[in-house]
Design a protein around this ligand. Structure first.
Ligand SMILES: *[C@@H]1O[C@H](CO)[C@@H](O)[C@H](O)[C@H]1NC(C)=O
Ligand SMILES: *[C@@H]1O[C@H](CO)[C@@H](O)[C@H](O)[C@H]1NC(C)=O
Ligand SMILES: *[C@@H]1O[C@H](CO)[C@@H](O)[C@H](O)[C@H]1NC(C)=O
Length: 439
C-alpha cells in the first residue's frame, strides 16, 4: 500500500509543521518502519524551534539519554533569540494587551498607525517586530500565541506580501489547533486574497493556488461543510487548471468527495472527463475504479478496484480517520465511500442490462432476496432509474424507451438524473407502504 501513499507528494506543498500530523498517522499505520519515520521527523524539526521535541525523538530513536551538542547549542540559541524578539515586540504587545487602549483603535488602518506613532511611539519597527515574534512563536510550536499575534499584525500591516504570509501563518496555526470553523474562515479569506491580489508573476499565483488546495484538505475533510466546498473549489477553472498543471494527485480527493456526495452527482461527468484527460499522469485505485465503471463498463475490474480503494482510504491521512463504535474501530469515510461506490456499480449495471435477475443480484450483494428487492426499490426511486420490478419473474426490467444500449450509456453519463421512474405491482407497493412512501 505504500505505493499509493501521497505523503511525499503532498509534503512539498505544506508548511513543515503541517507535515507532522501526516507522519504521526503513517507511524500508526505501520506503512514504513518506525526508524524511517523518526528520522523524517528529526529532519523536519531541525529547521523549526521545537528543540525539546527533537531531543525527545533523538533519545527514542537512538535509545540514549544523551543528545548531540548541536541540539544543546541550538536550544540556547532559540531561547536567546526568543528573549530578543520578545523585547523588540514588547511595546506593541503591551499596547495590544490593554483593552482601554485597544478601544481607541478604529477601522481605518492609516489613522490607527498615525495614532500609534504619535501617542505611543509605536512605528513600523515595532510592527515588524510583532510579525517576527509571532513567526518565532509559531516555529516554537506555540500556535495559539502565533494565531493571536498574526491576527493583530494583519490589522496593522500595510504591505500586501507580508499580509499574505501572515494569513498563511494564521491558517496553519488554526489547522494545527484543529479549530475547523476558524480555519475555514481563514481559508476563504486567503482564497479571496489570492484570487484578487496583483501577483508579481502568474506563476506565483498558480503556486499559491496549489498550496491553498493542499492546505484545504485538512479543513475540508474535517469541517462538516467541507464536502461541498472542496468540490466547488477544485472545479473552479483556475483551480482545476492548477491541479492539471502541477498537482494531479489531488484528483484522489476530488474523486472521493464527488463519490460520497449524493447531492453532487452532476459533477461526476466532469470528474470522469478530467480523470480520463489525466490517465497518463495520475492513477490510483479510486480513479481507476471510476474509469472501469464509467469509461470501460468493466464491472469485474471495478469490483476488484473497490477492494483496493478501501485500503487506500484507510492509509490516507486525510481520508482514513478512525472512529470507535463500541468495541469496533471503523473508518467512516471508507464505509461511506464503499456504500456509494456500490450504488454506482448497481446503477450503471442497470443502465446497461435490459433485465436483471434479482436472485442473482442478491447473491452478488450478499443479501437475502427480500432485502435485495427492497434495496433495489429504494435505489430505483433515489436514482430515478427508468425501471420496473416484475415480482412474479423476480426481475428488474429496465426502461423500454431506449433505442440502443450504447446511446443510452452516453446519454446517461451526460445527464445522470434519468427521466421519471415507473414502478409497478403489488410487491413494490407493499414494500413502499411498509417504509411509508407515497408512490
Ligand atoms: C504562547 O504564547 C502566548 C502569547 O504570547 C503566551 O501567553 C503563552 O505563554 C505561550 N505559551 C507557551 C507554552 O510558550
Ligand atoms: C499590477 O502590477 C503591475 C506591475 O507589477 C502593474 O503594472 C499593474 O498596474 C498592477 N495592477 C494593479 C491593478 O494594481
Ligand atoms: C505566493 O505568492 C507570493 C507573492 O505574493 C510569493 O512570494 C510566494 O512565494 C508564493 N507562494 C508560493 C508557495 O509560491
Amino acid at each position: 500500500m505504500a505505493q499509493y501513499d501521497l505523503t511525499y507528494k503532498i509534503a512539498p506543498y505544506l508548511e513543515r509543521h503541517l507535515v507532522f500530523p501526516l507522519l504521526e498517522f503513517l507511524q500508526e499505520r505501520n506503512l514504513y518502519s518506525d526508524d524511517q519515520i523518526l528520522k523524517a521527523k528529526i529532519e523536519l524539526l531541525a529547521k523549526t524551534n521545537m528543540v525539546d521535541y527533537a531531543m525527545d525523538i533523538h533519545k527514542s530513536l537512538y535509545h540514549t539519554e544523551d543528545v548531540p551538542e548541536a541540539m544543546v547549542e541550538r536550544r540556547a540559541e532559540v531561547v536567546g533569540k526568543m528573549k530578543m524578539l520578545e523585547e523588540a515586540a514588547a511595546p506593541l504587545i503591551n499596547f495590544l494587551q490593554n483593552p482601554a487602549l485597544v478601544q481607541e483603535l478604529q477601522s481605518d488602518k492609516q489613522s490607527n498607525l498615525q495614532k500609534l506613532n504619535e501617542r505611543h511611539q509605536i512605528g513600523p519597527n515595532q510592527i515588524e517586530a510583532l510579525y517576527q515574534f509571532a513567526k518565532f512563536q509559531f516555529e516554537c510550536g506555540n500556535y495559539s500565541g502565533a494565531a493571536d499575534y498574526l491576527y493583530q499584525y494583519r490589522t496593522l500591516c500595510t504591505n500586501s506580501d507580508r499580509s499574505l504570509s501572515a494569513l498563511w501563518g494564521k491558517l496553519a496555526a488554526e489547522i494545527l489547533m484543529q479549530n475547523w470553523d476558524v480555519a475555514l474562515e481563514e481559508l476563504n479569506r486567503l482564497k479571496e486574497v489570492i484570487d484578487s491580489k496583483n501577483f508579481s508573476s502568474p506563476l506565483s499565483q498558480l503556486q499559491n493556488r496549489t498550496w491553498l488546495m493542499h492546505w484545504s484538505l485538512f479543513v475540508y475533510f474535517n469541517h462538516e461543510n467541507g464536502r461541498n466546498a472542496i468540490i466547488e473549489l477544485f472545479f473552479q477553472e483556475r483551480y482545476l487548471n492548477a491541479i492539471q498543471t502541477n498537482a494531479h494527485h489531488l484528483l484522489r480527493y476530488l474523486a472521493i468527495a464527488v463519490i460520497i456526495n449524493k447531492r453532487r452527482r452532476n459533477s461526476l461527468k466532469d470528474l470522469v472527463k478530467v480523470i480520463q484527460q489525466e490517465q497518463y499522469t495520475y492513477k490510483d485505485p479510486i480513479t481507476e475504479f471510476l474509469e472501469c465503471l464509467f469509461v470501460n463498463y468493466d464491472f469485474e475490474k471495478a469490483q476488484q478496484k473497490l477492494f483496493e480503494c478501501g485500503e487506500v482510504i484507510e492509509n490516507d491521512f486525510f481520508l482514513g480517520k478512525q472512529a470507535q463504535e463500541g468495541s469496533f474501530v471503523t473508518v467512516p469515510l471508507r464505509d461511506e465511500f464503499l456504500e456509494n461506490a456500490r450504488l454506482f456499480i448497481f446503477e450503471t449495471y442497470c443502465r446497461i442490462h435490459q433485465c436483471i435477475d434479482i436472485r442473482m443480484l442478491a447473491e452478488k450483494l450478499n443479501m437475502d432476496y427480500d432485502d435485495a428487492e427492497r434495496w433495489i426499490v429504494n435505489l430505483i426511486r433515489n436514482a430515478r432509474l427508468d425501471a420496473m420490478i416484475d415480482s412474479k419473474m423476480g426481475t428488474v426490467i429496465m426502461g423500454t424507451q431506449r433505442s440502443s444500449v450504447y446511446e443510452q450509456i452516453i446519454e446517461s453519463t451526460k445527464q445522470l438524473s434519468i427521466r421519471s421512474y415507473m414502478l409497478a405491482n403489488g410487491v413494490v407497493a407493499a414494500a413502499a407502504a411498509t417504509q411509508g412512501y407515497n408512490l
